[in-house]
Design a protein around this ligand. Structure first.
Ligand code: SF4
Length: 378
């Protein structure tokens, strides 16, 4: 399909541009709509098969961040279907982290002893091309039923070891405020749960969703942490900064999870810029994720050595506050493993030899008294 003859849709002039429901209703869902929005898009031939397998949704707001509709544009790459999504090595799985196998009740993933994750919805404002949950996100836009929520709350009551519950999806901030409140309320009523967390890309792709009404609701459920998902400095705008500001003013502690994506952000100065800008909008860089070996996203993956190299470059050049943990979520449900540059060169009973970010070797003296090898948890 050629896009040349299609007329462009004016951006940011719509009367209801700042209404998040208008943004949701006007998401780009088809290649014809993508062409209308980007007449310069040379050709979408071949993209049909990708769009059929993996849904597309781009909010008008996020589309307005695209400068050139081609692979040179990081925002376009994260939003528009690409031919590479269908070029999978045979061994890739749709769910290598085996989340579906770790569901004691439908809609709840339990992997770590003290944490559980609720999949509140399969809807997102935008379907990121690099999504780890590509097998579910947007396949059938649905929400957690009241009955499923009751079963989840009952399971949490039977498991007082769970202290930290993450409400995720899909994107839970796409839910109507009352529906999200029902979920937060049900979890907050479980006495053993200390911390509530919400994972969302809404401040990045639909910042107008962060309304005063939403913030007033959220502030009833402290301690509440929100992890956003900014991947590139181009995603940081006055709108996203204002959304984060409103959340921070509501007392929400904000962190960010960036996914390391080949050709999008696998570059140390670019990430340093992103992390500095995040801190300026009151968001602490929390994780830099190695992109998962999931079907449909192989083209975004970088070698782990590249990630280590980037981390090494950041260390010493950025404040520690701006440096996230680089982690790999291991296949077969092995959980997250932090990956660090090789700081320890050697160890002995008297010294540990360390290497700093400039390659300088330092012999660090060990304490004379040892703990006798006792477990730290004894
Ligand atoms: S917002 Fe999150 S869950 Fe939704 S498509 Fe993007 S990465 Fe996946």
């Amino acid at each position: 399909m050629s896009c040349k003859k299609m007329r462009s849709i004016p951006e940011r002039r719509a009367e209801r541009w700042n209404d998040w429901r208008w943004q949701m209703r006007h998401r780009i869902r088809t290649l014809a709509q993508l062409c209308r929005r980007f007449p310069a898009l040379a050709d979408t031939t071949g993209m049909e098969a990708t769009a059929q397998r993996y849904p597309m949704a781009i909010t008008p707001y996020y589309a307005s961040l695209i400068r050139t509709p081609d692979a040179s544009d990081p925002v376009f790459q994260m939003a528009a279907p690409g031919l590479d999504e269908l070029a999978d090595p045979l061994w890739l799985a749709p769910d290598p982290l085996e989340e579906d196998a770790d569901m004691p009740v439908p809609g709840l993933i339990h992997r770590y002893e003290d944490r559980a994750l609720i999949m509140a919805t399969t809807t997102c404002a935008m379907y990121c091309r690099h999504c780890t949950r590509k097998r579910v996100a947007g396949r059938r836009e649905s929400v957690l039923s009241v009955a499923a929520l009751k079963r989840i709350a009952a399971w949490l009551r039977e498991h007082p070891e769970i202290r930290d519950v993450i409400v995720s999806g899909g994107d839970p901030l796409t839910l109507p405020t009352a529906m999200l409140q029902r979920i937060l309320d049900a979890v907050r009523r479980v006495p053993s749960v200390d911390i509530l967390r919400v994972g969302t890309r809404v401040p990045v792709v639909l910042p107008m969703r962060v309304t005063d009404e939403l913030c007033a609701m959220l502030r009833q459920y402290h301690p509440l942490y929100i992890n956003t998902h900014f991947n590139h400095p181009a995603e940081i705008t006055p709108d996203s900064a204002a959304a984060c500001e409103r959340l921070a003013d509501a007392g929400v502690a904000l962190g960010n999870q960036t996914v390391l994506l080949r050709g999008v952000n696998d570059d140390a100065p670019l990430l340093a810029d992103l992390f500095r800008r995040l801190l300026r909008q009151r968001v602490r860089p929390y994780y830099l994720f190695q992109c998962d070996p999931v079907r449909g996203i192989e083209h975004f993956r970088t070698p782990i050595a590249r990630g280590i190299e980037i981390m090494e470059c950041l260390r010493g050049r950025l404040s520690s506050l701006a440096i996230p943990n680089y982690v790999v979520d291991t296949p077969h449900g092995g959980g997250k493993i932090p990956l660090t540059p090789h700081a320890i060169v050697s160890t002995s009973s008297t010294h540990t030899v360390l290497r700093n970010f400039e390659g300088m070797i330092v012999a660090y003296p060990e304490p004379v008294r040892r703990d006798g090898g006792k477990s730290l948890f004894e």
